[in-house]
Ligand binder design. Structure first.
Ligand SMILES: C[S@@+](CC[C@H](N)C(=O)[O-])C[C@H]1O[C@@H](n2cnc3c(N)ncnc32)[C@H](O)[C@@H]1O
Length: 231
């Protein structure tokens, strides 16, 4: 049974760096920081996650595809020739095409040519791998995080669930234990959240966790690393 509180009252809001995000007044959640959607996603997921991993071929798992901003920023890195990526995104509540079009993320990122393939991938009813394009191979699964299982398949997890206040069950030890299992040794999980409870849940699951400087408007964020197996 799906018990996720999916917002039905989403409003488009402009953030501090000019890019757009979504806000649900009813659930009191934003899809990104009000200080800047693009700056937050770039800082937390691209710089502290994808670039920190520093591999040429990266397997990414995203928890909460939402508006697809992290996907697009990753895709741009691929198009710039920095890496190639296979990208698995979990999203039990995909956004409608009209809402994605209104956010105009591709225009904000000055990659208008990505608009069509982006919308096509975001709205595809299929959970199969999509045709690779520009160094990125993408699939979108409707599986909720609570039911997702994988073993040593990923280099980095973009943990972009709604805040613990809205969905505490997604920030629990058993969930982080499954994320640990899904990562390869040395793999990295990054999130915008810096709460002590969340850090302790990650540590209890077996991660080595660091508090690192957060994006504009936030002092800290968390980066959790799966320890290498003892040799
Ligand atoms: C903070 S938003 C993600 C923002 C997104 N990464 C972006 O760039 O727009 C959180 C997302 O988690 C999704 N979500 C809610 N429940 C979930 C679950 N059980 N498993 C995975 N994702 C979930 C929501 O539908 C929402 O799209």
């Amino acid at each position: 049974m799906d018990t996720d509180p999916f917002p039905t009252d989403l409003i488009t809001r402009r953030t501090g760096d000019g890019s757009l995000t979504l806000h649900s007044p009813q659930l009191e959640v934003f899809y990104h920081s009000v200080h800047g959607a693009v700056q937050e996603s770039t800082h937390v997921f691209i710089k502290a996650g994808l670039e920190f991993v520093g591999k040429k071929q990266v397997d990414v798992l995203e928890v909460g595809l939402g508006t697809g901003l992290n996907l697009l920023l990753t895709w741009v890195r691929c198009l710039e020739g920095k890496c190639t990526v296979t990208y698995t995104a979990l999203e039990p509540h995909p956004l409608p095409k009209e809402q994605l079009e209104a956010l105009a993320h591709c225009e904000d990122l000055a990659w208008p040519g990505l608009h069509e393939p982006f919308i096509e991938r975001m709205t595809s009813p299929s959970s199969d791998w999509q045709v690779p394009l520009g160094g990125l191979t993408f699939r979108k699964l409707a599986t909720p995080l609570q039911e997702f299982e994988a073993a040593a398949e990923f280099d980095v997890v973009y943990f972009d669930a709604f805040a613990p206040k809205a969905q505490p069950e997604l920030w629990a030890v058993d969930v982080f234990r499954r994320m640990l299992h899904a990562l390869r040794p040395g793999g990295v999980l990054v999130t915008y959240c810096a709460k002590g409870d969340v850090r302790r849940a990650m540590q209890a699951a077996g991660f080595t966790v660091a508090r690192i400087p957060g994006p504009v408007g936030k002092k800290e964020m968390l980066r959790a690393i799966k320890p290498n197996a003892p040799s």
